[in-house]
Ligand binder design. Sequence first.
Ligand code: C2O
Ligand code: CU
Ligand code: CU
Length: 502
Amino acid sequence: MRMNRRRFLQAAAISGAASLVPLYLSRDVFAGYAAKDFNAPLAIPPELKGRTVGGKRVYDMTLQRGSMQFFEGLDTPTAGINGNYLGPVIRARRGESALFNVKNQLGEPSTIHWHGLHLPARMDGGPHQTIAPGQTWRPEFDINQPASTQWYHSHMYHRTGVQVYYGLAGLFYIDDEHSQNMDLPDQYGVNDIPLVIQDRRFKRDGSFHYISGMRDQMLGVLGNDILVNGVVRPKYEVRQKQMRFRILNGSNARSYNLEFSDQREFVQIASDGGLLEKAVRMRQLHVSPGERAEIVVQFENNEDVMLQHKPLPENKRARGMMAMMMSGNDRPFNVMRFTSHDPQGEVVKIPARLATIPVWSVADAAVTRRFDLDMQMMGMGMMGGGGNGGGFSINNKSYELERIDTVVRLNDIEIWEFTNNSPMPHPMHIHDIQFRILDRNGKLPPLNERGLKDTVLVNADETVRVITKFENYADENSPYMYHCHILEHEDRGMMGQFVVKA
Ligand code: C2O
Ligand code: CU
Ligand code: CU
């Protein structure tokens, strides 16, 4: 049974009552922290470059528990990779072979999925590649795609949301000659800076508060504090006039519509799959969970500017009650602060043409597959009634580990058409490939969505068509996932599996 308005109101009322308890350290993100409150130095994650052994690049990663003081004097139990919270930026080069030793010291099963990477399904790190506590998983694959900002994170069956929330995620940069020969800022930590944006909710004792009720299961878990690279209310002191920021929305459920407080123009140079064909000038950038964007921004002397979330026009992203719950409640908030004192370096002109991107034509598509996205009622409760099994579906089916939903033929070009029948947006992600967006409700996507993508936001009442080619890797026995990247939706069944057949 689909969710109707009355049922939704009942559920919202119940969950609303529960959230009146003053349980949290901070009020919601709209509480309005001012620029002066943003003083914590932004952390820059370490790079992990690996070592060369027998012609391969070998990376050692340990999944471990840790502790962080996000707030002074308060210890937050966390998880991380080679550290307390989040993980290093893995650096790999196109053309290299990579081998990972992923050691699980968490005391519970986990996985590490390479989001955005094109690799054999057995190496993908989805729910089928569980690493038991104390074990080491050794995936091996070739780096076989253009320079880009990818990432890795837990993809544990039913526990992706909570494991990522605690910190099991990190960035994965692919470098190549083409991008290094372009005149783009590329000095890590100097003029090329990662920004992993997340939101978290903290209990008064400092510990994370993950799911607190039906509202969290429905909307996904929305935090009261915004973190960038694991820092609450950070400030970054810009030292170069021309900066490149690699933005990952690493949040479980929250989307950001980013804008600088002075509405300055910036240039987007890359999307999920790498450089855009042409750089796009813009003043606002929308990133939904799982999406990446690289932007180049200029700074002058003595600046003090905020990066903010700017609400979208009412009802643009959701409809009905959901719109009220989401956008009605959607006001601007600050994400982070940038200051500058005598920045150095040159401002170079961004090349007009950045990359050549495969063009797959609709006429060459072997098939169009339709995927209907729904939120459903389960018995009395909503969204699974407390269980993990149901609530969200693709083509009326909830995810099952042992069911293959889609079989793709190797080297076929396919169109995947996502139709969102539910009242809220879903960022849809496909493993294995990068796609191009053909259209949104029949209209061409905006310029910055015309490059390679692996995650696309499908708004309420929207149909989005994407096109791609399934190349190189076939394995009838190992599936890849496709799913909503709101992790609470994924964990509650909004996921399917496909295999590529030779
Ligand atoms: Cu970012 Cu299936 O994952
Ligand atoms: Cu993925
Ligand atoms: Cu969703």
